[in-house]
Design a protein. Sequence first.
Length: 155
Amino acid sequence: MSQPAAMPALLSLSPGFPGRGGFAAARGSAGILLLSLFAVCSSSDPLPPSAAVFQINVGGESFRLRLDDPQAIAHAEKLMAARRIGVIMGELAAGDGGFNGPYSWHLIPASFQTPDVAIEVCDGVPSYVEEHLQEWLEKIGTYCPWSARISARLR
């Protein structure tokens, strides 16, 4: 049985030959539609226009830090220009925050600090935080790598 000319084969739900309509084609069309919607939704930038994102290097690894406050951004740029190695501290939160992928954690932007010293329990490399994330979120709450260096402004 042939389809009416006005009905595209990809939208047909009637049984058909492989590659020409049928349920598989309808599922394929739905999948393409969903992928298109996902691409549109995921391409939007969740960061405010004034936000800055910096790359922080720690022990041969790196993570990303978002800053929103103009004074904090200026301070981070100053530290980056000086190539300062030291403590960068902030409160941990679950999720990448829209900027710290591939990790499933991020530092809360408003909690950014650069103290001269910090306790050892919050020191570590980003992958260690990732591997023990629940413990870090529930018991430690703060990430403060001692040998951190702001290496680049990414945004």
